[in-house]
Design a protein around this ligand. Structure first.
Ligand code: OSB
Ligand code: MG
Length: 366
């Protein structure tokens, strides 16, 4: 497939409500979109890097820089998604930037071939159960009210963001208020150390599905130690940047569940490798999110439909984050989201909305 050129487009998307985690508070999503133009089709990729390097070392300005300076110029003019992976391999890190570029090429390739991303990846379902990630709040009553609203909308699983000072009490309050049937889990975004093991063990009686990324991203060994000291299953997010990391984590016993985010691991092809590896080892995986617009959300739904995704993901409806999404909104139906079936990622940005939120564009001829 011949590539004519690539557009880098920045959009500013206001969030419906501030999203607070152990690493910071977001009020607006600063998103970098990659559009690949070929003679037959265009393809879209959403870069999940955030504006500040707080979740991971990547950030939006750096992603745009590495794309224009190194990644786009390294592309062969005639290539496909696997070729993109090979061409970008020499450049270390910057997986979110690489993922956006590879996804845009893959989308263009699948659109011109008439195949959906879900079919290409090997999806086994046409809809996936929706979970919701609930940020840190100012009070427990405020949290209960927020969770009540999400359950009313139909969400099938609730994830609470936790941090020192906002962990055992709010989680226990949610468990007690909603009862034993609620699928409940927590995400610490690396806010603890192994010396907190006795404290984190207080979550054990709350019957959580998992605790996500309790310790630092580079602490695989200590996650393995923690896993022997608490009964809540340990799930890794930030620590797993590749299939190689997943292999190491599984061998060490650092996790029994993996949150797969395609952006964090360099793209949908690597995400599928991690899915296959985890499945072969009997580990459950689920699809994480990074406050994606409809573009990234569509592609995540295709991945979440693979057979090893046995836990509900953070694949929520568009309105969880955005009043007006870039694409026709993803909506809950009976607590599920429909996997797009049209070619490629299966959705297109709405031109008027896209124009409205665009803050800059840059065209790179190949
Ligand atoms: O740790 O999973 C995370 C959002 C931004 C950065 C990191 C994380 C998150 C979420 C929300 O938990 C996931 C979503 O709903 O998109
Ligand atoms: Mg997480």
């Amino acid at each position: 497939m011949r590539i004519t050129g690539i557009e880098l487009r920045r959009v500013a998307m206001p969030l419906v409500t501030p999203f607070r985690t152990s690493f910071g508070t977001e009020t607006e999503r600063d998103v970098l979109l990659v559009r690949v133009v070929t003679p037959d089709a265009e393809g879209w990729g959403e870069c999940v890097a955030m504006s500040d390097p707080l979740y991971s070392p990547e950030y939006v300005d750096a992603a745009a820089d590495v794309l224009r300076r190194f990644l786009v110029p390294a592309l062969p003019t005639d290539t496909d998604a696997h070729g993109v992976g090979r061409a970008l391999h020499p450049f270390k890190g910057h997986r979110m930037a690489k993922a956006a570029l590879e996804t845009a090429v893959l989308d263009a390739q699948l659109r011109s071939g008439g195949q959906s991303l879900a079919a290409y990846l090997g999806a086994a379902a046409d809809r996936v159960p929706a979970g919701v990630s609930v940020g840190i709040m100012n009070s427990v009553p405020e949290l209960i009210e927020a969770v009540t609203g999400y359950l009313h909308e139909g969400y099938r699983r609730v994830k609470l963001k936790i941090a020192p000072g906002w962990d055992i009490a709010p989680t226990r309050a949610v468990r007690e208020h909603f009862g034993p049937d609620l699928l409940l889990q927590v995400d610490a975004n690396a806010a603890y150390t192994l010396t907190d093991a006795p404290h984190l063990a207080k979550l054990d009686p709350l019957d959580l599905l998992l605790i996500e990324q309790p310790l630092a991203h580079d602490d695989l060994l200590q996650h393995a130690r923690l896993a022997t000291r608490i009964t809540t299953p340990v799930c890794l997010d930030e620590s797993i940047e590749s299939a190689a990391h997943a292999a190491a984590a599984i061998t060490l016993g650092a996790c029994s569940i993996i949150n797969i985010k395609p952006g964090r691991v360099g793209g949908y092809l690597e995400a599928r490798r991690i899915h296959d590896l985890a499945r072969a080892h009997g580990l459950a995986v689920w699809c994480g999110g990074m406050l994606e617009t409809g573009i990234g959300r569509a592609a995540n739904l295709a991945l979440a439909a693979l057979p090893g995704f046995t836990l509900p993901g953070d694949t929520s409806a568009s309105r969880r984050y955005y009043t007006t999404d870039l694409t026709p909104p993803f909506e809950l139906r009976d607590g599920h989201l429909t996997v797009p079936a049209a070619p490629g990622i299966g959705v297109d940005p709405i031109p008027a909305v896209l124009d409205e939120v665009t803050t800059s564009t840059e065209w790179i001829t190949l």
